[in-house]
Design a protein around this ligand. Structure first.
Ligand SMILES: Cc1cc2nc3c(=O)[nH]c(=O)nc-3n(C[C@H](O)[C@H](O)[C@H](O)COP(=O)(O)OP(=O)(O)OC[C@H]3O[C@@H](n4cnc5c(N)ncnc54)[C@H](O)[C@@H]3O)c2cc1C
Length: 385
């Protein structure tokens, strides 16, 4: 029961990550509290972009997201990449490959800049267990006791990277309030391989530029061979769209089959790829390193798999290594401004939602955009409180 001596917050944010903190920078400091399970805020921001925080992308559009297109369009419509950069005008950003913006001052500077603007109350080491509605108020139970608020904003992220504080509490709260969850699965993650591709492991550390085909989409970029399978930007993007079944890798997108004919050069010379890759590829396909024209018909066919190496991954590296969680709170019952259509004054923002961005700054951008969208909604809600 609510104790009259207890403070009632107007806004209670669960999670001090990218979305929760960004929202807190916009809301009135006297009326808001953030509850964060970790001993520090923004663990994922710190880890983002390999410590350089890929904060946004010049090509922000629905095409770069998995999720309901209309919902994503509405959210992206409230925040442009220019506005993100203006928000961090004290920092320097470099525009890199694929129009990605990285922070030259590093992820820590991005987090510090956000924290500088977060003036509201907060509790660290505060793990939210449940949230319930009591009359007009939300009652949030935590290891530090109960908190009451008129507006509840769930910004607790997904299941990926447990080491950085991930928990499923957002899904549990959503389910409690009758929201459906699209099954969460690891995404932006490497693929583990089956026996026929164990040769990938022999060249752990080698990275080559490839083209990957998955579920009718193509991704160009580096593929990194690892002791567990394959990773690297092209693989991470492919993982967003892979469910089961085969993918295909073109290991030599810079070449055509005709480059190998009418020449005395050995195939490895023409490939021009790292020696260890050529050796393992040829061994795996039981081929000698010689001129293409000297292969028999069957050997030629096998060699040409270099352009279309089809195989079924065994799985992926799991939530422990995934940059994001695919799936989450279904958006059909989430209305304008990220507010629940089922329970008024309940909001879901960031990765907890069933919206996933590709690699390239799209996920932090979505976390910020959904936070701003909720802020716009909360402004309207606040008028009627
Ligand atoms: C290694 C790595 C690198 C990445 N690099 C990039 C990048 O460069 N660019 C990009 O766009 N995206 C990147 N991402 C993805 C991006 O960081 C996330 O999509 C984004 O941070 C999601 O923001 P969020 O606020 O929804 O969730 P989070 O940032 O995960 O924040 C959720 C917060 O809620 C807290 N929490 C969870 N459960 C509870 C609970 N029960 N009680 C209280 N608090 C709780 C967590 O501790 C966490 O602080 C990266 C992810 C990882 C793991």
């Amino acid at each position: 029961m609510y104790n009259f001596a207890m403070k009632i917050y107007k806004n209670l944010i669960i999670g001090g990550g990218a979305s929760g903190l960004f929202l807190a920078t916009l809301l009135d400091k006297n009326e808001t509290i953030i509850l964060e399970k970790n001993s520090k805020f923004g663990a994922k921001i710190l880890a983002s972009g390999g410590g350089r925080c890929n904060i946004t992308n010049q090509n922000i559009s629905t095409k770069n997201y998995l999720g309901d297109e209309n919902f994503v369009r509405e959210i992206l419509g409230v925040l442009s990449y220019e506005e993100v950069l203006r928000n961090f005008k004290n920092l320097d950003f470099s525009k890199e490959k694929d129009a990605q913006f990285y922070c030259k001052n590093g992820s820590k500077a991005v987090l510090n800049e956000i924290l500088r603007k977060v003036k509201c109350e907060f509790r660290l080491n505060c793990e939210v267990k449940t949230a319930q509605k009591e009359g007009d108020l939300f009652k949030i139970s935590t290891n530090l006791g109960e908190f009451f608020a008129r507006n509840l904003i769930v910004a607790s992220g997904g299941l990926s990277y447990k080491a950085l504080g991930a928990s499923g509490v957002g899904y549990e709260i959503a389910r409690h309030f009758s929201h459906d969850i699209a099954t969460p699965s690891p995404a932006l993650v490497g693929f583990s391989v089956q026996k026929d591709e164990f040769w990938f492991k022999n060249i752990s550390g080698v990275s080559i530029n490839c083209k990957i085909k998955v579920a009718g989409r193509e991704f160009c970029g580096n593929v990194l061979f690892t002791h567990r399978g394959i990773s690297g930007p092209a693989v991470l993007n492919a993982s967003l769209f892979w469910q089961k079944g085969k993918i295909s890798i073109n290991f030599a997108p810079h070449l055509k089959a005709k480059n190998f004919t009418n020449t005395k050069k050995q195939v490895s010379t023409i490939l021009g790829l790292p020696k260890s890759f050529c050796r393992e590829f040829l061994t795996a396909l039981n081929l000698a390193d010689k001129p293409f024209d000297e292969f028999n018909g069957d050997e030629k066919e096998r060699f040409l798999r270099v352009f279309d190496y089809e195989f079924a991954p065994a799985g992926n590296f799991g939530f422990e290594k995934a940059e994001i969680t695919k799936g989450g709170v279904k958006t059909d019952k989430i209305g304008t401004n990220c507010q629940s259509k089922i329970v008024p004054n309940l909001f879901f923002i960031g990765e907890v939602l069933d919206v996933s961005g590709m690699l390239g700054g799209y996920n932090i951008h979505f976390a910020f955009a959904s936070a701003k969208s909720a802020f716009l909604g909360l402004r309207n809600v606040l008028v009627s409180v």
